[in-house]
Ligand binder design. Sequence first.
Ligand code: HEM
Length: 461
Amino acid sequence: MTTAVSQPPIPMASGALPLLGHAVPLLRDNLAFIASLRSQGPLVRIKLQPQQPTVVVNDPALIRRMLVDLAPGLDKGRFFEKMGQVLGGDSVVTAAGTDHVRKRRQLQPAFRQAEIARYVELMRGEVERTVAGWKPGEVIDVREAMVKLSLDMLAATVFSSSLDAHAFERLRNDLSVVMNGVGSRVMLPDWVEKLPLPANRRFNASREAVRAIISEAVAALRASGPDTGDMLSMLMRAEDEETGQPLSGHQICSEVITLAVAGTETTASVLSWVLYELSRNPEVDKRLQAELDEVLAGRPVAFEDVPKLTYLGRVIKEALRLHHTGWLVTRRTLDTVTLGEWEIPAGTELAYCQHALHRDPAFFPDPLRFDPDRWLDEEQVAALPHGAFLPFGAGKHKCIGDHFAMTELTTAIATLAGTWRLSATPDQSVRPVARATVRPSTLLMTPTRRAPRGRVAAGGA
Ligand code: HEM
């Protein structure tokens, strides 16, 4: 990329190889590599494709400018292109410009406050079903259990749980293969995807399977007709603004896959990290228990309780800071744009990393410490630069599921941690690994039942 004489050069990260770009340091440890760029300047170039550098944006003000001010003129870039291989061409996540605005409007009704309020009971039911199967002292693969629970909660709200158990199991496995595949494909040059490798064959087979399973479920529900009040019914009622026609089966299917992809691994990772941090920080766990006693007094959690569970809210916020699930959110310039002192030509890939941003000691003192109370000090929070904490992004592509996710996380943790204490088993190294999202490398935990809290029925005093 050429830069005008008057602007400082954008440094290129060391370690790029001719045909592989930065694939080697990325595959070795992508999180450490991206985090190492933060000290190299507000903008740093890396090579995901040998011929096309990606500009990684480190400065919060410039990240915000990219996400908010420049958003109308940007395409979504490499990460979403790889996601598009899974989602098909019809998803709100991969769309840009007016196409994106239209698709976002079609989905919006499913995320209204009133709808989210209705989902709480469904979400809680799924958590109760999950923990009902736990036995004190057994070893649980918490990462796996949380992926299953997140997909269960999503399926309950999207399709009223109408997938049979076998299809559901297949969907979970195939989703995991495609999400890992997307994570690798972002880091590797495009030519690797074309090689007849087992990983590529697995990716393609799982991608077809995900679409087939969802298509079948969508077709069955469309044929059965009645409005079940779930997200799928709302999508079936939505009209394409341009044509005035109902959405096609393909469009609906792409959006349902989008929700499964955008709302499962993300939620599952945050749930896993919260449980891990509760087990490592007994004082945090104790305060959470006190809050659950005070607010719920043994009652099952309801939508109205969510804003009252303020300590739990801070625990989740701190997990979204320290363990954010995003490691490479991309955009692509369509015209020349100005980013700080730099003029960036059309066709440039841009990216930022929430995981590294949220661990920057310049914004978060003692960044690796899990401290929900860092969000209590209003002065300190107000002093954070705009763009330093972006759990759900910003601008026109800000997470459409942000309130849904916060409600889901609160409901799940209040229910789960209210009845079980989970302890991480010794001798395991729990570290963040980044594929399509950042998640714990492994997380084995043992449940112990909490003392009963004098439970009363939902809606009771
Ligand atoms: C803790 C959980 C979650 C986190 C951390 C998260 C984070 C994000 C972020 C950072 C973005 C913006 C990406 C960008 O800038 O391009 C995003 C977009 C999106 N998220 Fe979430 N998300 C979560 C849960 C969910 C859930 C539960 C759903 C749906 C049920 C969802 C659906 C979406 C969709 C559809 C978009 C695309 C929005 C658009 O481009 O207009 N997310 N999410």
